[in-house]
Design a binder for this molecule. Structure first.
Ligand SMILES: [Zn+2]
Ligand SMILES: [Zn+2]
Length: 346
């Protein structure tokens, strides 16, 4: 059905992606090499995220044994109510003030254990921390959006290998949330159902793009995915915020996150880099029945631990393009082992 060039529509953002399945048959001239993973110590005395170590400005980390949260020492946003709007002397030169809070969430004291290598209760604790932080930050008067995200791997520009995530809470909606809110609102108004609930039902019926699911969450390669192994993780129960998750749902979410991360690592037997993050409804005091809690995973790797996809040229100037289809990507992620390759002794 999908063996010739076509476009696919992303109903969440209104963007299109060009899919060129015939190109997966072209000869590959680049080198595919095995990358030996760097062996990290349990504790690194030079790491500013490890317990007991010193951070910027001479602040000392506590001897934490679970998650550890602190305000980013080099925050992109500063807190407090918005300053008076900038005076603009030209309609094409528009800027508005922004304020917010940027925090870092260390996953665990272990410098060497990434998400797929952590035990389930540790991942549950990470989700609970994200949830508490989201609730605390979202309750502030000047906060409209809370973005929980993880940047994993040097390839994604992550500056410290100690597994951690970030939370940026800000006073205005960022671009992606603005687009997704508009699309989901229009859809809910027209159909009386959340867009992602309808999409999830259809994907679960078809199954071909589903990678892993349990009673409360489904991870799938979206029909309109741009990155080769992009994933969308959708909550089954209508919910708009992480704080709405029950303890059973947190356990289920931990299982799906762990499975996704294990399968990613197993694909090329490497610590699989990605940017991932949750999309929650705006924190504006309104009821957001149109919204479904979900997370996006954007991994850059294409065919090995060292061969990545670049968003350059045509993609920067025209539109995103992919060769491997979302159906093939989902099949590959379903086929790999559910046990981490480091544990399975390979
Ligand atoms: Zn560390
Ligand atoms: Zn989203």
């Amino acid at each position: 059905m999908f063996d010739s060039p076509h476009r696919r529509f992303n109903p969440l953002t209104g963007d299109w992606v060009l899919v060129s399945p015939q190109r997966t048959k072209r000869p590959w001239l680049g080198q595919v090499e095995k990358v030996q993973p760097e062996k990290l110590p349990r504790y690194d005395p030079t790491c500013y995220l490890c317990p007991g170590n010193e951070r910027a400005g001479g602040i000392k980390n506590p001897d934490y044994d679970g998650t550890f949260v602190f305000d980013n020492d080099f925050a992109a946003l500063t807190p407090g109510p918005l300053q008076e709007s900038h005076a603009s002397d030209h309609p094409l030169l528009v800027s508005v003030p922004e304020s917010g809070v940027c925090r870092v969430v260390c996953f665990s004291p272990r410098h060497d254990l990434t998400l797929p290598e952590l035990e389930l209760p540790v991942i549950e604790n990470i989700i609970t921390t994200w949830t508490q932080q989201t609730g605390e930050l979202g309750a502030k008067d000047f906060i409209q959006n809370v973005q929980v995200f993880e940047n994993k791997g040097a390839m994604m520009g992550c500056s410290n290998p100690h597994p951690h995530s970030q939370i940026w809470a800000q006073s205005q909606l960022p671009n992606e949330i603005t687009k997704e809110l508009a699309s989901q609102s229009v859809y809910f108004h027209e159909h009386g159902q959340p867009l992602l609930a309808d999409y999830l039902a259809e994907e679960r019926k078809r199954g071909e793009r589903v990678v892993f699911q349990n009673a409360h969450f489904t991870a799938l390669v979206p029909f309109w995915g741009v990155w080769p192994f992009e994933l969308l993780l959708i909550a089954h129960r209508p919910s708009a915020y992480l704080m709405e998750l029950t303890s059973i749902e947190i356990t289920a979410l931990a299982e799906v996150l762990r499975q996704i991360a294990i399968r990613f690592d197993n694909l090329f037997e490497t610590s699989f880099p990605y940017s991932m993050g949750f999309h929650q409804a705006p924190f504006d005091g309104q009821l957001h029945s149109e919204w479904t809690l979900h997370a996006h995973f954007y991994p850059p790797l294409l065919r090995s631990a060292s061969v990545r996809k670049f968003m350059v040229g045509y993609e920067l100037l025209a539109m995103p393009q992919r060769d491997i289809t979302p159906e093939t990507a989902a099949e590959r992620l379903r086929e790999v082992s559910s046990i981490h390759y480091k544990k399975s002794g390979n």
